[in-house]
Each structure stands twice: as structure tokens, then as C-alpha cells.
Design a protein around this ligand. Sequence first.
Ligand SMILES: [Ca+2]
Ligand SMILES: [Ca+2]
Ligand SMILES: [Ca+2]
Ligand SMILES: [Ca+2]
Length: 284
Amino acid sequence: MLRVILASFFACAACGLFFALPAQAQRLVEPPPLHMPYLANAPVVDGDLDEWKHAAHHDGVWDIYRLRHASWYDGGARNRLTDQAPDEPVLEDDLRARYYMAWDETYLYFGAEVHDNANDVDDPDHAPRRWMFKDSVCWFMEAPRDHAPERFGRGDNAFCFVADASMPEYGAWWRYGTPEDTYQEAQMPDDMVDYALQFDPWGTGPGDFKLEARVRMDAFFPVSDPRWTAPAAGDEYSLMIVHCDPDGGAYGGHFMVYGDGDDDATWSRVILTGPQGPIERLPE
Ligand SMILES: [Ca+2]
Ligand SMILES: [Ca+2]
Ligand SMILES: [Ca+2]
Ligand SMILES: [Ca+2]
């Protein structure tokens, strides 16, 4: 009998350890840094990424199956897709995307190629700052990266793009912090951003889209952190991508890639690097 009780005790202890590990790993494991390449040839911002995507940072397709293995995955509380219609597609067809990033002396370049089963940019409680309640992709960046955990404080910026074919004024939205203030919100000024969208680019559905954008770094990073200097190879920034996909509900589909929420200490380390050549096939 004692042997059975002891065996049960050790089995339960093992269970507890097993279930405790993911939360512990979330705190202890720092994801590897992303190397963001320099772009030697400036792209045309027209919604087609082909002229630069092979020279950009890109690490494959992101969907909910991949996210669930990330150290920052939260069990679906925020990193999630929601069930809002009786005929929901398989999970990878609800939302999957590739994200591209690069830099040059003047701009950060962002791209996304998105498969989404439905385009939804109707927000019942619309306000210009509510990009997260519409189909949208948002790059959260800190520059320069520091070791102070902040929530949209000094150096923190978010560049958010709503997948709305009408290109409304709030379609390119900026959230940022300064040394004095947190959570400042503003429409991106025209001299700060260029962006373009293409819908149904592969003929596979009207919810699919490509996004191509560039933001002018000296228009915002010095405002956010006076320590920022003109970009150079070796500089370190921080990054998270948030991709929202409400699809008929008030809120839903909230992928967080490379980070775990507004705390910039959870965002991934980005190193600006030199140009990157394309991957070549070899003859044999
Ligand atoms: Ca282009
Ligand atoms: Ca969807
Ligand atoms: Ca910080
Ligand atoms: Ca959608």
C-alpha cells in the first residue's frame, strides 16, 4: 500500500513538474536574435513584395500550430483564433502569414503575405486607435534596445496597418512612448509612412492580402528616445509582431510573434546586419 501511495506521489510530482515547465521556460528562454538585413535597392511601395522579399528577414510561415511551440505562447488566452461561425476552415486557413523586414539609412521596411478566410475591418465600437479590433498587422519595435522593462515607454513604437481596402486615415497608426509619457497614440503623419495593400493576390480568397510599408526612422525614433542615432550595422532593436483577425466577432485572432505583450522586455532582439543574398538552388 505504501508503495502505491509513494508511486502516486512521485507520479503527481512529475505531473506538476511537467505542467510547471512551460511557464518557467517562458521566463527563462530568450529566443535567438533576428538578423534584419540592409536593403541595397529601395523597393517601390505598391503592395508587391517580390522585388525585395528575398533580401529581407523572413523565417517562414506563422500559424497557430507554430505559435503554440513558442516560449511566449500563452495557451491561447491572447495568442488565439476564435470560433465565430459554424463553417470555420481548418486552423491554418483561418490565419497564416509570412512577415518580412529590412532597413536602410532612412527607412524600416515591413511586408506581410497573409492568408485569411475573411476580411473584417468593421469594429462596432470603432475608434481610430482600435486597430486591434480589425484585421491588422502591427510591428512593435524598441530602438535602441535597452534592458529596462517598459510598456510603451521610452523607445517603444508600434507601427500598425489595418487591412482596409479604403485606406482610412487611421489605417496607418502609431503608438509610442517617450522619456516622459507612455501610450501616446497618433495617426502616422504622411511624411512618416508609405504603405500599400493588395487583396486576393493569389486568387485564393478575398480575405487574403499583401501589405508593403516603409516608415521613416528619423520621423519617430528620436521623438521616442533621444538616445537613438542614425541606423548602422550592429545596432540592436527589439521586435514583436501582433496580427489581429476578428472575423465577425468583436475581438479575436491575436497572434503575437516574437514577444509576449506590451512589456518590451519580452520582445525579441533584432540586430541590424549587412545585405543578404537570396537562397540559391545548386545544380546538384
Ligand atoms: Ca513593391
Ligand atoms: Ca481569419
Ligand atoms: Ca526597454
Ligand atoms: Ca480576417
